[in-house]
Write a protein that binds this ligand. Structure first.
Ligand SMILES: C[S@@+](CC[C@H](N)C(=O)[O-])C[C@H]1O[C@@H](n2cnc3c(N)ncnc32)[C@H](O)[C@@H]1O
Length: 427
């Protein structure tokens, strides 16, 4: 048996003790007893410790911080962000401003696993510490999901007991993804399967729509027959049968965005307007580039105050949605990677007044940052969902003449270790 004092939290959800050992579900300052094969026992609890809001917390892989009060969660994220910047060698940084919303029922999208448990079809998530290939944790609630999403998940499971079409498709499903809009008036479903039933997808969707009238559209996504050894995320799905509308309208501020089923959209329905305000705000000018533009969340708002928006998006179906959103105007949607776009732009010596960029977790990367330095745009707004790659890219950009003048932590993912940052750079 060992007794450890937790020194601090690290990115990824765990706390770390003085001897370097890491433990999940602890808090800074706590004294914890550990014994091989038994869960850690908290001997001296932090005053920030609270009762978790979900019965599955600790077992479920989705949440990491439900045992911390919400103000403590925000403090943990700010501390980790600052430490990540320090490790990357970033100095002379502005204060971090924190922006948050309602910390429960915020997710507009959930991806559930489907499996048979004790002879019954159930939905669930990955267990904490497990990967996609391991046994799923069947769940009875998900209080970070918007209520409609969980209502739909419960409906599909309940209907499978009595409805043959629902049973057939649910039994064939590997995962279900539900996506809803800002006010939960519309719902989309993607059903991932390796062995689709020969027919009956329409009957499945109509039966579900009877129970959940907000269901507007659904599609089956066909996975390879045999799971990839690299895991579920490495697999590419082909489109199977489709039903109803192909997307939903999602309202943010004055804009109504068309989001196709499967296209990226910011996941937190309570803070997306604040994220948009931070990324766009009152900025105006002649030319702006929106890199990694998705369906055009930032582009549409930028189009109100810039003469021309050039928006770059490499993924489908977002690139098609983006082109439709900017169609018929002087703006330009470019369906290519940011790197290819920047390589061409540097040759043509283009220089926008502003660049907004919101890459996936991998960040912008060394090659694209080097090209950005050559563009010498006076202001860059970098929206990031990974502090480590953000710190790496900021270090390179500050070495190339930029200064970080504003830092915002936007809590897009309450109850989890994930964090969203909006950094403003000027030269
Ligand atoms: C974090 S999302 C941001 C989307 C958008 N800014 C928004 O707020 O809705 C990143 C987007 O970048 C796209 N993407 C990924 N890799 C890319 C690349 N190399 N070049 C351009 N776009 C890319 C993805 O398809 C996704 O839509």
């Amino acid at each position: 048996m060992k007794t450890l004092r937790i020194e601090k939290m690290i990115y990824g959800g765990a706390g770390v003790a003085k001897n370097g050992e890491t433990l999940p579900f602890v808090l800074p300052g706590e004294l914890v007893q550990i014994e091989a094969g038994a869960p850690a026992k908290v001997i001296e609890a932090s005053q920030d410790r609270v009762a978790p809001g979900c019965v599955h917390f600790g077992e479920c892989g989705g949440c990491h911080y439900q045992h911390a009060s919400y103000p403590a969660q925000l403090q943990i994220k700010r501390t980790i962000l600052l430490e990540t910047f320090a490790v990357a060698g970033l100095t002379e940084l502005p204060e971090i401003a924190t922006h948050s919303g309602e910390p429960w029922h915020y997710r507009n999208r959930i991806r559930l696993r489907v499996g048979e448990v004790d002879g019954e079809l159930r939905v669930g998530y990955n267990r904490a510490g497990a990967t996609g290939g391991d046994a799923m944790l069947p769940i009875m609630m998900c209080p970070i999901a918007s209520p409609l999403l969980w209502q739909a998940a419960e409906a599909v499971v309940a209907l499978a007991k009595t409805d043959a079409a629902i049973w057939g498709w649910l039994a064939a499903a590997v995962e279900l993804e539900f996506f809803t809009n800002d006010d939960e008036t519309a719902l989309q479903l993607v059903l991932f399967t390796r062995r689709p039933p020969a027919a009956g997808f329409g009957a499945f969707c109509r039966a579900l729509q009877k129970a959940v009238p907000q269901l507007e559209g659904a599609g089956a996504a066909l996975l390879p027959k045999n799971p990839s050894p690299q895991g579920r995320r490495a697999e590419h799905a082909k489109p199977g049968p489709q039903w109803g509308t192909a997307g939903i309208i999602y309202k943010v501020g004055n804009d109504r965005h068309w989001v196709s089923r499967g296209a990226f959209f910011q996941v937190n329905r309570h803070v997306v307007a604040e994220l948009l305000r931070l990324a766009v705000g009152e900025r105006k000018g002649k030319l702006v580039w929106d890199l990694y533009a998705g369906v055009g969340l930032f582009s549409r708002a930028l189009a109100a105050t810039f003469e021309q928006v050039v928006a770059v998006e490499a993924g489908e179906p977002a690139a098609t949605d983006l082109a439709a959103a900017l169609k018929g105007k002087k703006h330009r949607a470019v369906a290519m990677t940011t790197l290819d776009f920047l390589q061409a732009a540097v040759v043509q010596r283009e220089r926008p007044d502003l660049i907004v960029m919101d890459p996936p977790r991998a960040g912008v990367g060394a090659e694209a940052c080097a090209l950005l330095a050559r563009v010498r745009c006076p202001e860059i707004v970098y929206v990031s969902c990974d502090p480590v790659t953000l710190a790496r890219d900021l270090k390179q950009l500050t070495g190339d003449g930029y200064k970080v003048v504003e830092l915002n932590l936007v809590d897009m993912f309450p109850q989890t270790f994930h964090m969203e940052t909006v950094a403003v750079l000027r030269r």
